[in-house]
Design a protein around this ligand. Structure first.
Ligand code: FAD
Ligand code: FES
Ligand code: MG
Length: 275
């Protein structure tokens, strides 16, 4: 039984669920994810492990309600449970001493970034973080990121907090002012693509965490295939993190849009039954 032991609302439509999963919490490493199913007839969706507590035997995941399954997940209550949960899946982030590292997080991507930034800091890196959102109400994990970063920068699209503009503007400025050894970016695909474009001319090692559509999460269905350096990779087993300069972002974005019609229908049908 995957019981929900805590639920929080972090921002409008952004929720966190802490789930009882002792075996997973013991094995999971930063950068890995789980695949959940809300109920018996539900689809499988991947969510990154945002935090874990080995003592309590729990994993926490933070998600943005975008469609049918994430809204259904957000409607569950403390004490409720999930039909199933598989994990930890994917390869953990390569944590080592790089030197000066910039962690870039956009929107709900800031949550999965936190554990990785923390591990990078513990490994002796200087961690500079840049977190961004459309507006200040949607900024999450600011306090947590502050705790694991030597320096924290904020950017909002509307200028309601920090730099008025994109996280990439701040990154560009940092790069011209100092030597950066590695950049890790997690967020919307357009943001990760923009980060890659900024770091490439400077030859700075850049990792991104990709989020293609996944079904089984074990390398068998092929749904999550992406092209990296001209080769086909399965994000669920070969990733989710890849060298940003080698990723075919256009293909990824096209594939993410494959089922837009079906997703719209599923959401409307679910809303009709639940409101
Ligand atoms: P839908 O309306 O069905 O879909 C909305 C969009 O989400 C689609 O257009 C598609 O691009 C994408 N999507 C749909 N189904 C899937 C699927 N089965 N797998 C992946 N993407 C899908 N989101 C978070 O909010 N927090 C996280 O920590 C997080 N971690 C992720 C980690 C990985 C490794 C991956 C691959 C994705 C992650 N996502 C995360 C994205 C999340 O899985 C999707 O937002 C979710 O599946 C959308 O489901 P839906 O039914 O609510 O929306
Ligand atoms: Fe099926 Fe990766 S999700 S191969
Ligand atoms: Mg869906």
């Amino acid at each position: 039984m995957y019981r929900i032991v805590a639920k929080k609302e972090l921002a409008p439509a952004v929720k966190s669920l802490t789930i009882n999963a002792p075996l997973i919490s013991k094995k999971a490493r930063p950068g890995q994810f789980i695949i959940i199913r809300v109920d018996e007839s539900g689809e499988r969706i991947p969510l990154t492990i945002a935090d874990l507590d080995v003592q309590q035997g729990t994993v926490t995941t933070i998600f943005l309600e975008v469609g049918k399954t994430t809204k259904q997940l957000g409607s569950l209550k403390e004490g409720g449970s999930l039909a199933d949960l598989a994990g930890p899946l994917g390869k953990p982030t390569e944590i080592k001493k790089y030197g000066k590292v910039v962690c870039v997080g956009g929107g709900v991507g800031v949550a999965p970034l936190y554990l990785e930034a923390k591990a990078l800091k513990d490994a002796g890196n200087k961690v500079i973080s840049i977190i961004g959102a459309r507006t200040k109400e949607l900024l999450i994990f600011e306090k947590e990121m502050q705790q694991v970063s030597d320096e924290l920068h904020i950017a909002t699209d509307d200028g309601s907090k920090g730099h008025h503009g994109f996280v990439t503007d701040v990154l560009q400025k940092l790069i011209t002012e100092q030597n950066i050894d590695m950049v890790l970016a997690i967020g919307p695909t357009v943001m990760m693509k923009a980060v890659a474009k900024v770091t490439k001319p400077h030859n700075i090692k850049t990792l991104v965490s990709l989020n293609p559509i996944m079904v089984d999460g074990t390398g068998m269905c092929g749904a999550c295939r992406v092209t990296v350096g001209g080769e086909t990779k399965f994000t669920c087993v070969d990733g989710p993190e890849f060298d940003a300069h080698l990723v075919d972002f256009e293909e990824l974005m096209n594939r993410q849009r494959t089922y837009l019609e079906e997703e719209k229908v599923a959401l409307e049908r679910w809303k009709r039954c639940h409101h």
